[in-house]
Design a protein around this ligand. Sequence first.
Ligand code: UT7
Length: 324
Amino acid sequence: MTIRAVVRGVGHYLPEKVVPNTWFAEQGIETSDEWIQGRTGIERRHFAAEGETTSDMAANAANAALKQAGLGASDIDALIVATSTADLTFPSAATMVQAKIGMESGFAFDVQAVCAGFVFALANANALIVSGQAKRVMVIGAETFSRIMDWEDRTTCVLFGDGAGALIIEASKGDGTNNDRGILATDLHSDGRHREILYVDGGVSTHSTGHLRMQGKEVFRHAVEKLAATAHASLDSIGLSGDDVDWMVPHQANLRIINSTAKKMGLDMDRVVITVQDHGNTSAASIPLALSTGVERGQIKRGDLLVTEAIGGGLAWGSVIIRW
Ligand code: UT7
């Protein structure tokens, strides 16, 4: 008998305000819908309303996942929020979400691995369940990257959006084979030597909130190499390959990166959940948003084998294999 962390529910929240690519030129930024779509696949993104915070969006996503699962907040014993844009320096966004959804027991904490945050949080949630420290874990990715954009920098400000997605996983008995539902493998990496290619130039112990800075081409180069490598590594670790995958649910940063990774995995694009056109890059929120959207669209079904993979600032990157 093997303890597996099995998906029990999923949900998401997107802020009301939808910003099309044409909005940027209207603000006097030297860019075009044609450039943004051609280079990234992004058509629009959502921006949080003034006063709407990461924990607000995360709580909405959490409530949607609870509803889908038919559970209440008291049924959750651990809550993890993956974010780089928490409301406050402390307390964690996770404890704020805990209060907002009415979860009065258990424990909550944030995970910070930027765009790879959800994959890191999910791998940690899996470890909590497999080790018996938690029975049912809410894993949320939530971000308000619109608050750390430099609106003078056209190379970054057109890329990101806001939103939140939540996944509930729970302990369940499996037979230890790849036919089990649940998380079957994880693969995590980071390499702090690459700080300069993707970072925020401010923070609590420096001076200000700061703005996102990215050497896009360099990050792109690492992404196309490292995403396929981690996806292959996690599949290899359980004796599977791209042929066994029903759905790739990648971090949604750039359609060209997604295409390249799918190709390296031997996957046709009709086996990839793509939301980048509607959400832009929502950092840690992008994978749970894509999982929830994929279920809503009728793409992801119970029993499907999924590979999720992401890379972001750090660099930090990784993948998780889930049988839905
Ligand atoms: O989520 C974390 C991980 N992040 C990523 O995975 C992002 C990875 N990087 C990328 O997605 C791409 O590198 C970008 C979309 C950021 C940029 O695409 P690119 O094909 O690498 O373009 P580039 O940076 O080489 O820029 C090409 C040209 C430049 O002009 P010149 O030097 O060729 O004259 C830029 O100045 O495009 C120009 N450019 C723009 N033009 C119009 C850059 N940004 C814009 C813009 N509108 N917004």
